[in-house]
Design a protein around this ligand. Structure first.
Ligand SMILES: C[S@@+](CC[C@H](N)C(=O)[O-])C[C@H]1O[C@@H](n2cnc3c(N)ncnc32)[C@H](O)[C@@H]1O
Length: 447
């Protein structure tokens, strides 16, 4: 058994669902021991190598960093050593000595076998950024100085990542972003990023093994020749959706509402055979140009991209594909018109009844014909925020089951070792700040 800490993305619920999906695959069998809104503690059943962790991080869309766990310190001790309120200096000092003793046992792992020079950085992840367990203003500089002196005592020359003094003073300090971990080569030994992550009663002391490369997905989002604007799917979300389908090399993928082609670009990057369809000819053109650009830009093997697209209404798609010829579908269908303000409840209900539900159910009837048995559909449905403050979802589960699908539980009980304090909040939603409609992640499997 080996223990790792996964640093979650902003949409932490979706990140956890994605990790849970991988933990059910043969190669990464494991469980979630506990989690906060920022990190999840994962135990793999078998030993995993650093290379496997790096590969897993590359595959994941919703994880920022993966770190090996060195040990833990009681949260209560860290809180007492770095309190928010004034306390007797004598007490604080005593607690800090206790904290240092606990920490130094783990720091020995930082000492390289030969006396090389190294750079280290410290990142602290509270359970929730708005409610840190300890006073980070004091904890960060203390940790930097402590680790620096510890290494010096052990005759290791070292430098550390220095936070702007202003950020330290006004408390706006953040953990280091993945791109900085990359820039400073902190995952390359003997350099290190040390993560201190609070999950309930423990503060986990970890060393980062792999970090996300945000640049590629950012490039897909911002530099593709034909952007989809407000209707396109965020590349991170498309990546997570593709993962929920469990698609493998040699299998066939379809996005029947391909729009500007985000899901198709994700599958093209993985070397998976993809097909895209859309009712709008201009979207087919955009999607095609985007995929061609990606193939050129990333120097991927050439494929006859034009042949991979079909302009068709989803209900006519079975005229273009043989029955049971598709292994996986990941898609974001039409979610309703772009909204400048929240709709009144009655309008939302009418939109769902008259347009969205009939479209989605028609699509599922087609999907049933196209998919192989056990083929999966990962599909977004909208959650509307009505003007009276209510949230209205499009309920598809029952009718989709009647068509012949089984719903996949994205948070299956058997993956979690215990019910966490946040367990009731595990709902498969993906939200971007300021959006009038949030997205619900759904996954179904053809029976
Ligand atoms: C939300 S957008 C898809 C966004 C896409 N994932 C992207 O990243 O750009 C939905 C797409 O569904 C297409 N669409 C709407 N109704 C359709 C139908 N009945 N059959 C096929 N495509 C349809 C629209 O033209 C639009 O491009």
């Amino acid at each position: 058994m080996s223990l790792y800490l996964f640093i979650l993305g902003r949409n932490w619920r979706a990140s956890i669902a994605e990790i849970a999906c991988f933990l059910q695959r043969k190669k990464y069998l494991g469980n979630i021991r506990n989690f906060s809104k920022n990190s999840a503690l994962i135990e793999f059943k078998e030993r995993v190598s650093d290379d496997q962790i790096v590969r897993l991080q590359e595959l994941l869309g919703g994880t920022q960093k993966v770190a090996e766990v060195w040990g833990e310190i009681e949260t209560d001790l860290v809180t007492r050593a770095f309190p928010f309120y004034k306390r007797a200096f004598k007490d604080i000092k005593k607690n800090r000595v206790e904290f240092e003793t606990a920490l130094k046992q783990h720091l020995v792992k930082l000492i390289p076998s030969q006396g090389q020079k190294l750079m280290f950085a410290v990142s602290v992840y509270p359970g929730e950024f708005s409610k840190p367990e300890a006073n980070l203003q004091f904890l960060y500089p203390y940790l930097n100085n402590l680790i620096h002196s510890f290494l010096k005592e052990n005759r290791i020359k070292n430098t550390f990542f220095k936070y702007p003094t202003r950020a330290l003073q006004d408390g706006s300090i953040n953990p280091i972003w993945p791109h900085n971990v990359r820039n400073y080569e902190l995952t390359t030994s003997p350099n290190s990023e040390l993560i201190f992550s609070f999950i309930d009663e423990h503060c986990h002391v970890c060393r980062t093994i792999a970090v996300d490369d945000p640049n590629l997905l950012k490039k897909i989002d911002e530099e593709r020749p034909c952007p989809g604007f407000e209707f396109s799917t965020p590349p991170k979300l498309a990546k997570m959706q593709v993962n929920f389908t469990n698609i493998e090399h040699g299998q066939i993928f379809l996005d029947p509402f391909c729009g500007s082609g985000t899901h198709l670009m994700i599958t093209a990057l993985r070397g998976i055979s993809f097909f895209g369809a859309d009712i709008a000819p201009q979207m087919i053109l955009k999607s095609c140009k985007n995929v061609e650009w990606l193939i050129r830009d990333q120097k991927l093997p050439e494929v006859p991209v034009h042949e991979r697209f079909t302009c068709s209404d989803v209900k006519e798609l079975s005229k273009h594909f043989s029955p049971a010829s598709i292994h996986a579908i990941a898609t974001e269908p039409y979610l309703g018109p772009a909204l400048k303000q929240n709709l009144v409840k009655e309008k939302v209900i009418r939109l769902i009844q008259d347009e969205l539900l009939p479209l989605y159910l028609t699509a599922f009837r087609t999907f049933w014909q196209l998919l192989v048995p056990d083929g999966r559909v990962s599909i977004i449905t909208p959650v509307f925020h009505a003007s009276d403050g209510s949230r209205i979802e499009v309920e598809i589960s029952r009718q989709v089951r009647e068509i012949g699908f089984k719903e996949v539980n994205l948070f299956p009980d058997h993956v979690f070792i215990k019910k966490s304090t946040l367990h009731d909040q595990l709902k498969p939603f993906f939200q971007k700040p300021g959006q009038k409609v949030s997205r619900r992640l759904n996954c179904f499997i053809k029976k």
